[in-house]
Structures are given as C-alpha cells and as structure tokens.
Write a protein that binds this ligand. Sequence first.
Ligand SMILES: Nc1ncnc2c1ncn2[C@@H]1O[C@H](COP(=O)(O)OP(=O)(O)OP(=O)(O)O)[C@@H](O)[C@H]1O
Ligand SMILES: O=C(O)c1ccc[n+]([C@@H]2O[C@H](COP(=O)([O-])O)[C@@H](O)[C@H]2O)c1
Length: 219
Amino acid sequence: MTDSHKATASLAIFGGTFDPIHHGHLRSAIEIKETLGVDELALLPSHRPPLRGQPGADSAQRLAMVSAAVAGEPGLAVDGRELLRETPSYTVDTLRELRAERGAEVSITVIMGSDAFNQLQRWRDWQSLFRLANVLVLHRAAHPLAMDEQVANFVADRKLGSASALTARSAGGFYDTGLIQLPISATDIRQRLASGRSIRYLVPDVVADYIAEHGLYTQ
Ligand SMILES: Nc1ncnc2c1ncn2[C@@H]1O[C@H](COP(=O)(O)OP(=O)(O)OP(=O)(O)O)[C@@H](O)[C@H]1O
Ligand SMILES: O=C(O)c1ccc[n+]([C@@H]2O[C@H](COP(=O)([O-])O)[C@@H](O)[C@H]2O)c1
C-alpha cells in the first residue's frame, strides 16, 4: 500500500469503546460526514480496547447500543467486525482487513478525538496507520491537543489543507479539523447512572432505554 493513489471512493471509520455511545460521538460523526463529503461513515465498536480496562457493558451490548443509535440515520453505518477477533482491537488490523476488502484506491480516513490522538505513539504499529489510511483529529475541550514529539514530527509533512482533501487520497494524509466536540463523555454518563442521576439528552432515547432495560452501569 502506498499513499500515492488518487481515491475512487471514500470511507471514514470512527472507532471507540462506546461504553455507551452518546450524542458527542453522533454529532461529530454527522459533522464529519458533511465536512468530508465522504461516501460512507462507519462506527466501529471495539471488542478488546487495547489501552484501557474492560468496559462496563459487554461487546454485544455496546454493539447493540451503537446499532440502535444510528438506525434510521442514512449517513451512518455500524461495522461490527472487531467483535469477530479475540485479539486486542488494534486499528492497524482493522485497516488491513478493510484494505484487503476494498482495494488500494478507496480513501479510508480514521477519525479520532484529541484524547485518543495524544496517545497515538502507544498504538500498535502506529506509523502503519498512515500507510493504510488518512487520519483526522477532532478536539475535545477537556483534552487539548498535546501530541507526542515523535508523532508531531511524523505528521508534519503529511498535513493537508482541508478536510475534503482527505477523500481525494487513499491514505497518508493528516488533518486537524479544529472542530470542538460536544462536551459529553461516556465516563460522565456512567458516573451519573451509578449515582442514580438522569442521562436524558446526553444519549439517544433508544440507548437510555437499552441501558435501563439491561440494568447497565448501576455500580
Ligand atoms: N464528545 C465527543 N464528541 C466526539 N467524539 C468523542 C466524544 N467523546 C469521545 N469521542 C471520541 O470518540 C472515540 C471513542 O471514544 P470513547 O468511546 O472512548 O468515548 P469517551 O466518551 O471518551 O469514553 P470514556 O469516557 O469511557 O473514555 C475517541 O476517538 C474519542 O476521542
Ligand atoms: O491500535 C491500537 O493500538 C489502539 C490503541 C488504542 C485505541 N485504539 C482504537 O481507538 C479507538 C478509540 O479507543 P478508546 O479506547 O478511546 O475508546 C478504538 O477504535 C480503539 O480500538 C487503537
């Protein structure tokens, strides 16, 4: 795989633990879909998050909540492929699978928040992400961009001038959107549930209903 291909179609992937998915994720997904003009945007729940402890909800429950949240939203899709691998959910493995399926010409962009990007140097084979895909960063108010020096040097000559430039190339580009996300976090949602407070308007109603029905995050 090289980054020199001119892309023929475009896909963006937004991976996460989604424990649970919330309106911060969903709002950003829509904004990116519109800003990039990408053909497809898929949310990918991770099965075994590589750099954090076991989630509060199991993988099938997190996938069910993501699926319910985007049902009926034509711009967004769900890709459950990471649940099929028992190894840690390394993004580089997911990208290798997608490349094998989609070919070299399709533009693939990995979306991540600044909290995730600030840890990129800890990701498995992180330089290969740029061989296989583009990377787009969103900002979280609570996590100012503070990338590792090695990562900063690596992306310095990969920076693109616009978000839409990502969809024109298959891989190798980096774009920092400057987009500030809604200040919602899954940690805060779990804490509210554990202390009996409401999570209404932080997550879609179908997700709140699923959480209540399954008694999730009560402790
Ligand atoms: N409010 C938000 N808006 C948009 N993206 C978000 C938001 N919160 C998290 N993200 C991004 O979504 C991806 C998956 O995040 P994750 O599922 O861990 O959610 P989280 O709210 O950060 O959860 P936790 O609080 O459990 O760490 C990451 O790239 C993260 O930066
Ligand atoms: O590939 C890795 O080494 C790697 C390390 C940490 C996180 N990720 C991916 O980054 C996404 C966000 O992770 P998290 O833990 O912030 O929800 C999710 O798709 C993870 O699989 C990937």
